[in-house]
Design a protein around this ligand. Structure first.
Ligand code: CAA
Length: 258
């Protein structure tokens, strides 16, 4: 399919849903998908009407990896000159919370795309893996770094060096997913979670995401200082006054920035 329909963009109130749409190729991530995803995220991220972005695939596959057929015959120079995969940085740069809703295969670039998100909700049918070693390469969309940070060196090495797939239960035990949900309740759970986060004040939601992500970049002392400063700064927002006053008055908060 063409770039225009490589992903489907849906809206449900303040929740935007980006659905990978190459079912016959198990949503393999080619350049069209990458460009469409980067453009959609850039537009949605600056839309004040969007509180959460959900990235999902089909029942059978979230995404079975980068498109092997598109890459197979490339030279090292072509890969380097085009900075292959760099378009995906737009996903990692997104300030709006991203939920990966994973049903079926999330392999290679699919697992790496899920790990660019802030919350990973897995259906019990989900299967994760970094099978690039079987293709004579290594993860190239962040897997060697994000997987190691997410689950630790020894669990990550097990997956990266053997290329074996793990099911949703094992992914949950090692801390690769936020939660696992029965297939029948999966989409309800994803949307309930997305709507809940999208209902909070966006300044504090962005601050929460930014601050938690600092933990992966800086020392504890620097991270704690960053957190304290951001916490204090949020007292300049109307949403802080509303949130706290609503609690005291025993009424639901009506956040302005949502
Ligand atoms: N790239 C291109 N096409 C893919 C693909 C991929 N990553 N994964 C699946 N497809 C295609 C298959 O070629 C097949 O197409 P045809 O019908 O034209 O033959 C179609 O999707 C259906 O796939 P299968 O017939 O293989 O389905 P299956 O149910 O028998 O197996 C699977 C499913 C185990 C996921 C298997 O498709 C598979 O192993 N896929 C490749 C997984 C992989 O190696 N991913 C890593 C890619 S490299 C990468 O991601 C680099 C990086 O770090 C970013």
């Amino acid at each position: 399919n063409t770039e225009a329909d490589a992903i489907l963009v849906e809206r449900d109130g303040r929740v935007a849903i980006l659905r990978l749409n190459r079912p016959k190729a198990l949503n393999a991530l080619n350049n069209s998908v990458m460009r469409a995803m980067a453009a959609a995220i850039a537009a949605l991220d600056t839309d004040t009407g969007v509180g959460v972005i959900v990235i999902t695939g089909s029942d059978k596959a979230f995404a079975a990896g980068a498109d092997i057929k598109e890459m197979a015959d490339r030279s090292a120079v072509e890969m380097a000159m085009s900075d292959w995969f760099s378009g995906w940085d737009a996903v990692a740069r997104c300030r709006t919370p991203l939920i990966a809703a994973v049903s079926g295969f999330a392999l290679g670039g699919g697992c790496e795309l899920a790990m660019m998100c802030d919350i990973i909700i897995a259906s019990e049918t989900a299967k994760f893996g970094q099978p690039e070693i079987k293709l004579g390469v290594i993860p190239g969309m962040g897997g060697s770094q994000r997987l190691t940070r997410a689950i630790g060196k020894y669990k990550a090495m097990d997956l990266i060096l053997t290329g074996r797939l793990i099911d949703a239960g094992e992914a949950d035990r090692v801390g690769l997913v936020s939660r696992v949900v029965q297939q029948a309740r999966f989409w309800d759970d994803v949307m309930t979670t997305a709507r809940m986060i999208a209902g909070f004040g966006k300044p504090s939601v962005i601050a929460a995401k930014e601050t938690a992500n600092r933990a992966l970049e800086v020392s504890l002392a620097e991270g704690l200082l960053f957190e304290r400063r951001v916490f204090h700064a949020l007292f300049a927002t109307e949403d802080q006054k509303e949130g706290m006053n609503a609690f005291v008055a025993k009424r639901p908060a009506e956040f302005r920035h949502r």
